[in-house]
Design a protein around this ligand. Sequence first.
Ligand code: SF4
Length: 336
Amino acid sequence: MLSFIPKLVLIQKQALDYQLAIELMQEFKAKNIEVLIYHKRIPASFKETFREEFLFNKRVLAISIWQRREFQTCKPSAHYQLPLVSGCPGLCEYCYLNTNLGRRPYIKVYVNTNDILSKAEEYIWQREPEETIFEGAATSDPVAVESWTGSLKKTVEFFSNFNNARFRFVTKYTDIGGLLDIEHRKRTQVRFSINCESVIERFERGAPKLHLRLQAASKVMGAEYPLGFLIGPIFAFEGWREEYEELLQTLKDYLPSDNITFELITHRFTTRAKKIIEEVYPETEVPLDEKTRRFKYGQFGYGKYIYDDKVMLELKDFFTERIKEIFPQSRILYFV
Ligand code: SF4
């Protein structure tokens, strides 16, 4: 099943020098999806309100060329971001992309995949003999558009050729069928982003339900990929211990092995994200009260509101202890 069917497709003229862009154009036209060609800048869509514009752009797919010279760094999950896709069609109210994508959160896919992978190879050799890790989901959920582009498949196969590099990406989507029977040599780690049922119900609109993500995860494990779970954003709401315990127990039921990793990310928000969330989801129940949080400067120069030290410690102790007990072979990569 396709995760995402765009309402409008914008194609950069230069991108049509690449076969993938031509194929995508033909495919969208055949499906009667509106396709527009643009030259340098993605044309603005003028809607009456910010909310209308935001929601409209969540259905827009932009096909373009990656033109930067360098990759961005990507702490704490990898050395570099691998820029295959930016944006995501999901409507998670708390989404971390809200800070950067603003009123035009369209989904952008880059068709010059070979250029991007060649650049990755440069970094790999520069850092040798150190291993270099690339993150494919720093500014996107790349699986949401994988059925259209096949870029992840190509990337996974590319990384299977290296002993000194690894690729990883995280997703809430389940279109992983194209990745199951390909050569990966365990050089790619697939992680699923999960949360307790009440968080998914309340805040993760447009993303697959928990049981579908877990079914996809068990297929990924069956295909012998290294597997991980990102639990986040972790909310300290009333009853959080019981609900996150249930989540961990449910996860256990789906997996034949606990040779997995965990990344644990507590909820945080920026002033900009708060403004956008409140405009787009006026009824939101995402906790956004600065007075209950501690302010912390982040690696990209802007500050964010995180839980205070006492709550952070409670969350950290709970997850560390419960994961150790339920998944003794697993590793927690970080808690932030
Ligand atoms: S799936 Fe991830 S990237 Fe997409 S809207 Fe939800 S939180 Fe954002």
